[in-house]
Design a protein around this ligand. Structure first.
Ligand code: SF4
Ligand code: SF4
Length: 92
């Protein structure tokens, strides 16, 4: 039986989109595009409903938003943080 691979808990990695509601037109493109159900339309408004379903390192929805309303944290900072977390959890 193989031992389960150690991993940093997903909830500790702050990689997920945020929507600038000043720019968003509620077109729903991000909701349709993301296959991981990160976005949903609730009461006519697009929202990030399952942030930790977002794949770490993916930013595919950014270029799909015609309004430039989707933002992510810095990949450089996130990579640094992941390295620190891996050290914390004793993952090589
Ligand atoms: S694709 Fe952009 S403009 Fe359209 S709902 Fe999503 S965030 Fe808003
Ligand atoms: S970055 Fe990828 S996984 Fe994350 S919300 Fe956008 S399309 Fe979905």
């Amino acid at each position: 039986m193989s031992e389960k691979r150690k991993a940093v808990p997903r909830e500790e990695i702050p990689w997920y989109p945020t929507i600038d509601k000043g720019k968003c037109t509620e077109c729903g493109t991000c909701v349709e595009f993301c296959k991981h159900s990160v976005f949903a339309i609730i009461d006519g408004e697009s929202k990030v409903v399952k942030p930790f379903n977002c794949l770490v390192g993916c930013s595919g929805c950014v270029s799909k938003c015609q309004e430039g309303a989707i933002f992510f944290p810095s990949i450089k900072e996130t990579t640094k943080l992941i390295k620190e977390l891996r050290r914390k959890y004793g993952i090589d």
